[in-house]
Write a protein that binds this ligand. Structure first.
Ligand SMILES: Cc1cc2nc3c(=O)[nH]c(=O)nc-3n(C[C@H](O)[C@H](O)[C@H](O)COP(=O)(O)OP(=O)(O)OC[C@H]3O[C@@H](n4cnc5c(N)ncnc54)[C@H](O)[C@@H]3O)c2cc1C
Ligand code: SF4
Length: 507
């Protein structure tokens, strides 16, 4: 059967079964212009990273039977037409592909092959440890899906940090040791080595400027690996000089350092340049060489637990998941998400690093921008579009359950058991932002009060019907019930005034 094997920019794993297929003498097509890259505003660095990694991979493989469709101007909504022409012209009878990482592309390929009357063969994605099928089986019959239990199940299955069939250190999870404030940090994190873009990357940047010139971000600060070898160097840098402090300062935020001790490995794992199991095994090895267990277990849990769980939820719940809006929010995304122009220091800094690096760490995403979007009652569609666009590691399978589910609770409790809503006190505890902020984190009703404070109480009051019976919200509502009418009126007035200000772009 005459077969075409497709490779997309986030399918660069060496274990990609299409390359085994090359032994069967099939034609390989490296394909860049997916509709999803044209559908919305993606950070220029993200696009440059994806296309440059793909083109370096093509060079590395140096296949005989391979073709490449690069991005060019005016390809919006063109994937189906381009592929259709290519398949017809060459009379392919089978299209083979690794499971696309988003629902839209999978649907497009299914429809295309059915229209052309050819077979579609979809392989499991080797950049995950567990398959969507395995997750479905695990989830079957469970009333609620809890990440921690899936994580323990995978740890046992793959024998990670297990001794004598028990978790190393006697506990499954050491998160209680991983909440140290930035104010306890004694020495600055070590400098990370810069990566100089090579000629091929520079060519890609020119293409990105040509095709996506008006997109968010700029390419000047591009500092990402685009080859397997360089991505591995970044992993070694993390294991050699950052992992020991990763655990304790995992939730901390620093006004001058947006990356602290985080690994910055998600972009590479999510396109297949790094293999998640190899990274986990390397982390486990560090534990046996003396790295603290809370750091190692915390890091492994993010990849083996959260990453696999989130991906399972996406395929289990799509396509309906994308339109969930538990709080029925309708507000638009304020412009400050794109400009970073706001007097709220924490938000300004989170957007600044997002713009500069295409990166911010988990707590910025969850407790600063995510928490702010939740408390500001913004329509989840707009928030998800922003998160999908601005981060280098963002692909719908991982962005959507994290944003819609974890940060916004718009799925009503599928990913999390309660909203991650928090006042300014949380940000003040974990960061040094508030010390130099225009707003006063200790105030809630005064003119200079921290917006997170009044928005928090306003949100709880507005969402009482939907949240007060949630067992994990009982204490919070008991506190709200102690507040008098004057307080409720003041937080409501402050919030409405704030919403008007940010709509005008005058915060
Ligand atoms: C609102 C929101 C949106 C997010 N969007 C994305 C996204 O588009 N793409 C993405 O990869 N992650 C996303 N995350 C998860 C997490 O924030 C990033 O994986 C992490 O910040 C990447 O930085 P790092 O590599 O330095 O991670 P580290 O803190 O060093 O963590 C190690 C690794 O664990 C994995 N990981 C950690 N948390 C998660 C998680 N919740 N879900 C999946 N994997 C996780 C990543 O592979 C990461 O590289 C999102 C989180 C939130 C709250
Ligand atoms: S005072 Fe409020 S707005 Fe300012 S940095 Fe602190 S939490 Fe953010």
């Amino acid at each position: 059967m005459k077969t075409l094997g497709l490779i997309f920019p986030d399918q660069l794993s060496k274990k990609n079964p299409i390359f085994d297929s090359t032994k069967r003498d099939i034609q390989v097509l490296f394909f860049e212009p997916l509709d999803i890259y044209f559908d919305q505003n993606h950070h220029k660095q993200k696009l440059a990273f994806l296309f440059s990694s793909l083109r370096h991979f093509i060079k590395e493989l140096n296949l005989k039977n391979a073709d490449h469709v690069p991005i060019t101007k005016g390809q919006k909504n063109g994937m189906t037409d381009l592929l259709s022409d290519y398949i017809r012209l060459n009379n392919y009878e089978v299209l083979e592909v690794v499971h696309p990482s988003d629902h839209k592309t999978l649907t497009q390929l299914t429809l295309l092959t059915s229209k052309l009357g050819i077979a579609l063969k979809v392989h499991d994605d080797p950049k995950f440890i567990s398959s969507a099928y395995e997750f479905k089986n695990w989830a079957e019959g469970k009333k609620s899906l809890v990440q921690e239990f899936f994580y323990r199940w995978l740890r046992k299955k793959h024998n990670i940090l297990i001794e004598d069939e028990k978790p190393v250190g006697g506990e499954w999870n050491f998160d209680s040791k991983n909440r140290v404030s930035i104010n306890k940090l004694k020495e600055d994190p070590p400098e990370r080595e810069r990566i100089k873009p090579d000629a091929l990357s520079v060519d890609v940047m020119v293409d990105v400027e040509n095709v996506f010139g008006n997109n968010f971000g700029d390419l000047e600060n591009f500092n990402w690996s685009v080859t397997r070898e360089d991505a591995e160097k970044k992993a070694n840098e993390f294991f050699n000089s950052l992992i020991n402090n990763f655990g304790p300062f995992q939730d901390a935020m620093d006004v001058g350092n947006p990356t602290l001790f985080h690994s910055l490995l998600s972009p590479y794992i999510n396109v297949g340049l790094l293999d998640p199991m190899k990274i986990i095994v390397a982390a486990e090895k560090k534990y046996y060489e003396g790295a603290p267990l809370n750091s190692v277990e915390g890091f492994i849990r993010q990849i083996l637990g959260w990453r696999e769980f989130i991906r399972g939820i996406y395929w289990l719940k799509m396509p309906d998941y994308k339109s969930l809006n538990f709080f029925e929010n309708t507000r638009k995304l304020p412009e400050l998400f794109w400009t970073g122009e706001t007097r709220m220091q924490c938000v300004a800094k989170a957007v600044e690093s997002t713009k500069e690096l295409g990166y911010s760490h988990h707590i910025h995403r969850l407790m600063v921008t995510g928490n702010f979007a939740l408390l500001s009652e913004i329509d989840p569609r707009y928030v998800c579009e922003w998160y999908l666009g601005v981060y280098l590691d963002a692909h719908e399978w991982v962005e959507l359950p994290n944003t819609l589910g974890m940060a916004l609770f718009a799925d009503g409790g599928i990913v999390g058991t309660k909203p991650y809503a928090a006042s300014g006190a949380y940000i003040n505890r974990m960061s040094n932002y508030c010390k130099t902020c225009h707003y006063n984190v200790k105030e809630t009703t005064s003119n200079d009060a921290c917006p997170f404070n009044y928005l928090y109480w306003n949100f709880l009051n507005n969402q009482r019907k939907k949240l007060e019976n949630n067992p994990r919200m009982k204490l919070v509502y008991r506190n709200l019930n102690k507040k008098d009418d004057e307080f409720i009126r003041a937080v409501n007035l402050n919030s409405e005034d704030f919403f008007t200000r940010i709509k005008k772009g005058s915060d």
